[in-house]
Design a protein around this ligand. Structure first.
Ligand SMILES: NC(=O)c1ccc[n+]([C@@H]2O[C@H](COP(=O)([O-])OP(=O)(O)OC[C@H]3O[C@@H](n4cnc5c(N)ncnc54)[C@H](O)[C@@H]3O)[C@@H](O)[C@H]2O)c1
Length: 348
């Protein structure tokens, strides 16, 4: 019989991504959903009835009345920092959907609030857990590429106007951000996680076809502190469907590409020296039901292990802040036409 503590989770924001959270929580022994909240009363009721937990239409009320240990935040991105701070101040650990905030000011305030309240802050970056990406990360960490020359990310996805019209927050600067901040943010995260710190970034963005404030297309050129160069090429206008979500690393002793529509398939894997990981290439290819992938469950396993004092967080607030900083650097360059050095000044 296990005597380990079960952690109780309340979730706010019962929209598209909430199902991945509900399913993951349900499948993990040691986690229990205890309350849900959505501003939209219908959605809150439906989620509460389906999951057989109390439902709320106000986060403040849920924080006051539920006895959750952890609050998962899956609301529009522009609300993340403020809601995360409220949860931390109520003494709850925070599982935050990406991006953790849409400004560095918000991200820093959230990190400090969690530090002050002595609660954990987890930022959901489930694509890091895709088996092909895990293999790629190990290849980088074992220096199998030798000196890395170039890393490139491609996100050729399709988001029709109806997707943006589903909710008023989508495609706005105040609550969302554009293709870099929302849809491609995992790729911005992966490239800096795999390649290390970015020294400077230049970018162009454009709103070519969707009626939104933010960009539907963009290109960023990165210079890494290691000396390597990189690109991130993003569009939500691929015809007629999601075509590619990939990352390629080219080095002096190895070349690898993880592609598919959402970094779930190893398309190229070639190294000068053998490693036992080479045997795992075939089995690492996954075929998740959608581009969100299967990583939320793995992510929550880490959350539980951290809360039980058995592991370090896969991505904590400080790790989440690094990829946000790169996204904001991309936006700064697109706005000013300049090469933007990182780290950024805090007030962005
Ligand atoms: N990890 C991933 O791969 C992934 C995938 C999709 C979305 N996301 C992130 O998840 C977040 C939500 O995205 P979504 O696609 O589920 O959006 P959505 O619009 O489908 O859902 C958001 C929900 O939040 C509710 N809401 C809005 N304001 C609220 C408030 N003040 N209090 C309580 N509820 C409120 C809305 O009514 C809605 O039901 C975004 O930050 C997005 O970037 C992450």
């Amino acid at each position: 019989m296990t005597t380990e503590k079960t952690f109780r989770i309340a979730l706010v924001g019962c929209g598209r991504i909430s199902k991945n959270h509900f399913d993951a929580i349900e499948q993990i022994d040691g986690l229990e959903l205890v309350a849900v909240c959505d501003l939209d009363a219908e959605r809150a009721k439906r989620a509460g009835e389906e999951r057989k937990v109390p439902y709320f239409t106000s986060l403040e009320k849920m924080l006051a009345e539920s006895d959750a240990d952890v609050v998962t935040i899956a609301t529009p991105s522009g609300l993340h920092a403020e809601q995360g701070i409220a949860a931390a101040e109520a003494g709850k650990h925070v599982v935050m959907e990406k991006p953790m905030a849409i400004s560095l000011t918000g991200a820093d305030a959230l990190v400090h609030a969690c530090d002050k309240a002595r609660v954990q802050l987890f930022v959901v970056k489930q694509n890091r857990l895709n088996p092909p990406i895990q293999l790629l990360k190990r290849a980088v960490d074992r220096n199998r590429f030798g000196r890395v020359y170039l890393a490139s990310c491609t996100v050729h996805w399709a988001r029709p106007q109806e997707y943006y019209d589903q909710a008023p927050w989508r495609g706005t600067w105040e609550f969302d951000g554009g293709a870099f901040m929302n849809q491609a943010s995992h790729y911005v995260d992966l490239i800096q996680w795999l390649m290390g710190p970015v020294e400077s970034v230049m970018a162009k963005t454009a709103t070519l076809a969707r009626h939104i404030e933010t960009e539907d297309t963009g290109i960023a050129i990165l210079k890494f502190r290691s000396g390597a160069l990189g690109t991130i090429e993003v569009t939500m206008l691929a015809y007629p469907r999601n075509l590619e979500g990939s990352i390629t690393i080219l080095g002096e002793k190895g070349s690898a590409k993880v592609g598919g529509t959402a970094v779930n398939k190893i398309e190229h894997w070639e190294f000068a020296e053998y490693d036992d990981d080479d045997k795992l290439v075939e089995s690492a290819n996954t075929n998740p039901p959608n581009i969100y992938g299967l990583g939320h469950q793995g992510y929550y396993r880490n959350v539980l292990a951290v809360l039980r004092g058995q592991a370090k967080p896969d991505t904590d607030g400080r790790a989440g802040r690094k990829s946000l900083e790169l996204i904001l650097g991309i936006y700064e360059s697109a706005k000013t036409g300049r090469d933007v050095p990182l780290p950024l000044r805090a007030q962005m």
